[in-house]
Write a protein of this length. Structure first.
Length: 483
């Protein structure tokens, strides 16, 4: 689909960074060259080919080349990332293509570099003709948005095509996106299926993909090129912080926030300093987008928008019986965008899939206008920076280190609009902050800093769980008094 657009619009822009850009003609040329060079990989029939490449342009060339050959791929984080070896062990690729060099035990590594790419680009020849099965797997990815336990998802060519079409249509159906193709800037990594589908949808619709580091996002946005930026609340808070003083909202920018709750303070700052075109998307890697809406039209920050037309969403009780309209229930969904389950899942991990339904683990309320509110979780999972963390697990680790039951972690919004992770500890208890931090990061390498504070007591609910809402409320009231 992307290469079809390339043939029709060869000189249009496909990729853009602050330092370099690439046309669709160049993209097609490179994909065809790499496909021809890697054609013999098909003889080995690898179940999965891992891609280890920090250069995002060549990363996409490898994704499209492998897909053209009928070979399933998965994106790996940079080898310096704390999650690199864990992801390799979880995905278990039979072969890894590494741009620049990599050494792995028990996994064959094919190392490529600029010189190799230059050589194969000079070799002419016809495109590789491959008959693809629409139900063959084209992509594997780590799922981390639904559960604290990471799992592997697979997507067939048919499912990828459906997901791409849904993403290309959803903004126009709800009326939140630009009609003309705009540059697409996504902070959602390629390790996830969501990041993969966002990039594919941009290329298939003729929208250039922007590549910048997180520190340069503000510079890119300030260029005033028509841009759709897909960001998490954490990334949005960073963008707002690095904007130059006195910056006025941009008519050229559309913001799409996903991967966590957009609080009122951050929404108001984004509207005042970035753009009035601010949308919220609720969904998960396992099912794609489920609801979408304009942030300005939702008076409370638990609203996530209208349920999309191709999604069947129900709210049920613990027995699977639908609750009455307006009552809180457990969210479950079905439809053409829902995947069939996790690869090699344990019984515990498979609890999110039951029959034709997927259970994201959220609780919500659906009103008569089909507007969905997410009121909480059925567990202690929270989203920070696009990753999920289990507050119950964090508490258990802290209790073992601090040798006390009287503590509880919770989320609260600071003055900048960032959602922060806090831990309340009953006063009178001494603790070693460094020892606690090391223990938490050993389990959650990407865990953000935790602010530990003393309190008179820890509130408990009737079912014996830490009352995190009361802790967050007390923290917010104390912050207001201090200001």
């Amino acid at each position: 689909m992307a290469l079809q657009h390339a043939r029709q619009n060869p000189q249009s822009l496909a990729f853009d960074s602050l330092a370099q850009d690439w046309s669709f003609a160049r993209l097609e040329q490179d994909v065809l060259a790499v496909s021809r060079a890697l054609e013999r990989l098909r003889e080995a029939e690898p179940r999965m080919v891992g891609i280890h490449c920090s250069n995002l342009y060549w990363h996409w060339v490898l994704i499209l080349s492998l897909a053209s050959l009928g070979l399933a791929s998965a994106s790996l984080p940079e080898s310096a990332s704390p999650s690199f070896l864990r992801d390799v062990q979880l995905l278990q690729p039979e072969l890894v293509i590494s741009f620049g060099g990599l050494s792995l035990q028990d996994v064959q590594v094919l190392v490529i570099d600029e010189a190799w790419l230059g050589r194969i680009g000079k070799i002419s020849g016809p495109p590789v003709e491959v008959s693809l099965s629409c139900d063959a797997i084209c992509r594997y990815a780590i799922a981390s948005g639904t559960d604290a336990e990471r799992g592997v998802l697979s997507m067939t060519y048919r499912q990828a095509e459906t997901a791409i079409m849904h993403l290309m249509l959803q903004d126009r159906i709800v009326g939140t996106g630009p009609v003309e193709p705009s540059h697409v800037l996504s902070t959602i990594g390629l390790i996830s299926l969501t990041g993969f589908i966002i990039g594919c949808s941009a290329l298939c619709s003729g929208s250039p993909l922007n590549f910048v580091s997180h520190t340069d996002i503000g510079i890119l946005i300030a260029r005033r090129v028509p841009t759709v930026a897909v960001v998490t609340p954490e990334h949005l808070a960073h963008i707002v912080e690095v904007l130059p003083p006195g910056m006025t909202p941009l008519e050229t920018l559309t913001l799409v926030v996903t991967g966590g709750r957009l609080n009122d303070a951050l929404r108001d700052k984004a509207h005042a300093r970035l753009t009035s075109a601010l949308s919220i998307v609720y969904g998960a890697d396992e099912c794609g987008a489920l609801a979408l809406g304009r942030a300005g039209s939702m008076p409370t920050d638990d609203m996530v928008g209208s349920v999309l037309p191709w999604v069947t969403l129900q709210l049920v009780d613990a027995t699977g019986t639908q609750v009455a309209q307006g009552e809180e229930g457990i969210v479950r969904v079905s439809g053409t965008g829902v995947l069939s389950g996790y690869v090699g899942a344990s019984e515990k991990r498979s609890r999110h899939f039951s029959g034709a339904w997927f259970y994201p683990g959220d609780r919500g309320i659906l009103d008569r206008s089909n507007i969905l509110r997410i009121t909480g979780r059925v567990d202690d999972l929270v989203s920070l920076g696009g990753d999920k963390f289990d507050l119950g697990v964090i508490d258990d680790i802290a209790r073992s280190i601090l040798a006390t039951r009287e503590l509880g972690s919770f989320l609260a919004v600071d003055e900048s609009g960032r959602t922060r992770l806090n831990m309340a500890l009953a006063s009178g208890r001494d603790f070693d902050g460094e020892q606690l931090a090391q223990a938490l990061r050993a389990f959650y390498p990407s865990l953000p800093p935790v602010c530990v504070m003393k309190t008179d007591y820890i509130p408990w609910s009737l079912d014996g769980r830490v009352d995190r809402e009361r802790l967050a409320g007390a923290f917010s009231r104390a912050a207001v008094v201090m200001r």
